[in-house]
Design a protein around this ligand. Structure first.
Ligand code: UDP
Ligand code: MG
Length: 308
């Protein structure tokens, strides 16, 4: 039997720590799967870390990593993976919205030789229409960049040790776990699951943080916005040539005074396209700047090892 490490990023989840540990532990004990559970406290402001310490004292399966501040879920998942000893690792949400029963299914597929098992959302759970529409657009762009359909992708997945090491070897600061795990390849399969309702606490995502998340990940994974800017530039250039010829004809035939409206409209149009383009390019440059600085993706202030 090979060891399974379950990584659970947690931000302000004090009410879920003990429960998650018990529920996951029970299911894996029943199936006689050797396991450890690695909680990553992503700089929580509530009692999450003391809960992790308390449960780790009672249960030797439990390990914990404590960040010096909130670094975000992407960093928390990577830190968790970096602190596992398992032959395979599963990343899942600490709020149990990812059904723990699916863990067993994933582990069995891994035993059959699959190196990556993607959890695919069968239903997206409760979400507003606006959220669904913008998420749809976001995943279309990312799917195109990765070359794999990601519209139902999630962070719930099992990775073989080889795949984990490949992920951890990637030097980029702006790691987008969901897409990177598809990008690395390996023998992959998927299992469907239904997103459950959150039992305790609340979602950490505001509309603003979702928009920021989308932009960061598009920029780190896709150059489509820059291609769009170039395309828009070419389009406006052709428009300029046609209008230029028309203006010259007017000039030589002596009808040059009219056309003020066109000038204003063109100025506004070209001005706004230029500004948007500069903004997009600026975003890429700021990401390059972040990568070049090479700061660590997270800082760990405390750590508990499992005794497995
Ligand atoms: N999370 C985290 N750091 C953050 C925000 C969230 O580690 O900055 C964790 C959170 O504790 C949970 C998971 O990521 O285990 C998913 O977060 P949440 O349930 O808020 O997202 P949703 O399910 O609403 O998409
Ligand atoms: Mg959740």
């Amino acid at each position: 039997m090979k060891l399974l490490s379950v990584v659970l990023p947690a931000y302000n989840e004090e009410k879920m720590i003990e429960k998650a540990g018990i529920v996951i532990g029970q299911i894996l004990e029943e199936q006689k799967i050797p396991y450890e559970i690695v909680f990553v406290d992503d700089g929580s402001k509530d009692g999450t870390w003391s809960e992790i310490e308390r449960t780790a004292q009672k249960d030797p399966h439990i390990a914990g990593v404590h960040f010096s501040r909130n670094f975000g879920k992407e960093s928390a998942m990577l830190a968790g993976l970096a602190n596992t000893k398992g032959d395979c690792c599963v990343v899942m949400d600490c709020d149990l919205q990812h059904p723990p029963e699916t863990l067993v299914e994933m582990y069995r597929l891994w035993e059959q030789g699959y190196e990556v098992v993607e959890g695919v959302k069968h239903s997206r759970g409760k979400e507003s229409l606006a959220h669904k529409a913008s998420a749809g657009m976001f995943y279309k762009l990312i799917s195109k960049a990765v070359g794999i359909d990601m519209s139902r992708a999630s962070d719930f997945k099992l990775l073989d040790r080889k795949a984990v090491d490949a992920l951890l070897d990637m030097p980029e600061r702006n790691a987008f776990f969901r897409a990177l795990s598809a990008w690395i390849g390996y023998k992959t399969t998927s299992v469907e699951f239904d997103v459950r309702e959150r039992e305790e606490g609340e979602s950490k995502w505001s509309t603003k943080s979702l928009i920021r998340y989308a932009i960061t990940n598009i920029v780190s994974f896709s150059s489509a916005p820059m291609q769009f800017v170039t395309g828009a530039g070419v389009f406006v250039f052709f428009l300029a040539v046609i209008l230029g010829i028309q203006t010259l004809i007017h000039y030589f035939t002596g009808n040059a005074v009219e056309g003020f409206t066109t000038v204003i409209l063109l100025l506004l149009l070209i001005g706004s396209i230029l500004m948007i383009s500069l903004g997009i390019i600026g975003y890429y440059i700021s990401k390059i700047y972040e990568e070049v600085k090479g700061r660590p993706r997270y800082l760990i202030s405390r750590k508990i090892d499992s005794e497995i």
